[in-house]
Ligand binder design. Structure first.
Ligand code: PMP
Length: 338
């Protein structure tokens, strides 16, 4: 028996990814973060940030939590906020999926949609959320805080303290590599820190989508991006506070076509309907497996459900317009009967 939904955050299982394990001769495991109650990896950071603000006394009963988010952090924050008696104001780029916006509204968040512009632009969603929090802190009777997932290292710490020890425990310490993409960078930097503290030889890989600049930064020292990606929640162009002091052992730039192919196969062959960032992660896991060679155990993150992107990742019309591969047709077993 649990007294609140927030008790169900974390302790997600590892599940073997059959096809990519067979293809590489490695054991590739996905950490099923989509099974968190808010249905994404971001529940962990959301809970940690709220608990930290409570401890420091900045978040008061009935207070408002403001955040700029691609969606999942906002969904996590809103779930925790409703369970604990706070309110959320979520600033989201208008390009993010309708499904995530709907989930936020359903949960009781107040949504502020802004144009998708780069971080250096003052109208960028993260910067708007920071200003809004400052204003609301003055006008709201119970005050307001800015969650600030990108530059609040409590996010990274949540993964040091929960995600990494869970991976270590559930593999009995037999883990050779970890790889994922970075949005805020909390997951990759936190898991890397936690796992490297247990075994300094564990290899950490970054799977970077097109449109992001971290692959270029970690391989050449320069922030350069190339192309674009339909994946949401990942693709960073700067060293956030969560990424400070972190460096991967390997980095790869992954195309949407490669990621989508893996996502569709995972849905149709293994029964897991995942979002686009999970595809980027699994493609990265395949690269890391090939780098380390057969016989190794590699862990990656299954970030969220594909249902959050039905209008994009699972929408053939949208994909065709972008020149991307579409979900394969499933042969009918009843056709001959009608
Ligand atoms: N995948 C999805 C779908 C996300 O929403 C996010 C977070 N924005 C990530 C991956 C990346 O997680 P992190 O912020 O910890 O780098």
């Amino acid at each position: 028996m649990h007294s609140s939904i927030i008790d169900l955050i974390g302790n997600t299982p590892l599940v073997q990814l059959r096809r990519v394990s067979e293809e590489t001769g490695c054991t590739i495991l996905g950490k099923a973060e989509f099974l968190n109650p808010g249905q994404s990896v971001k529940d962990r950071a959301a809970l940690a940030i709220i608990r930290d603000a409570e401890r420091r006394g900045t978040l008061k009963p009935g207070g408002v939590i403001v955040e700029g988010t691609a969606g999942n952090t906002g969904i996590g924050l809103t779930m925790v906020a409703q369970a604990l008696g706070y309110r959320t104001v979520i600033v989201i780029p208008e390009t993010q999926s309708q499904e995530k916006k709907d989930a936020l509204r359903l949960g009781g968040a107040e949504l502020v949609e802004v144009p998708a512009v780069p971080y250096r632009n003052p109208n960028n969603y993260v910067r708007v959320s920071g200003r809004l929090a400052e204003q609301l802190a003055k006008t709201e009777p119970n005050g307001a805080i800015w969650a600030n997932q990108f530059d609040n290292a409590v996010n990274r710490q949540a993964h040091v303290e929960t995600t990494a020890p869970e991976i270590w425990r559930d593999t009995d310490g037999k883990v050779d590599g970890f790889i994922c993409a970075a949005g805020s960078g909390g997951t990759i930097a936190g898991v890397a820190e936690g796992l490297r503290a247990k075994n300094a030889d564990i290899k950490i890989g970054l799977a970077d989508p097109h449109g992001a600049a971290l692959f270029s930064y970690y391989t050449t020292g320069e922030f350069k991006s190339e192309g674009s990606s339909i994946s949401e929640g990942i693709g960073q162009g700067r060293i956030t506070a969560n990424l400070e002091g972190f460096a991967p052992d390997f980095a790869w730039r992954i195309s949407d076509a490669e990621a989508l192919d893996l996502v569709f196969k995972l849905a149709l062959e293994e029964g897991m309907i995942m979002g686009g960032s999970t595809g980027i992660n699994i493609a990265g896991a395949v690269r890391l497996a090939r780098e380390l060679g057969p016989g190794h155990t590699i862990v990656t993150i299954l970030c969220d459900y594909g249902h959050r992107y039905q209008s994009k990742v699972y929408n053939p019309a949208f994909l065709r317009q972008k020149g991307l591969p579409v979900t394969p047709d499933v042969p009918s077993v009843t056709e001959a009967l009608f």
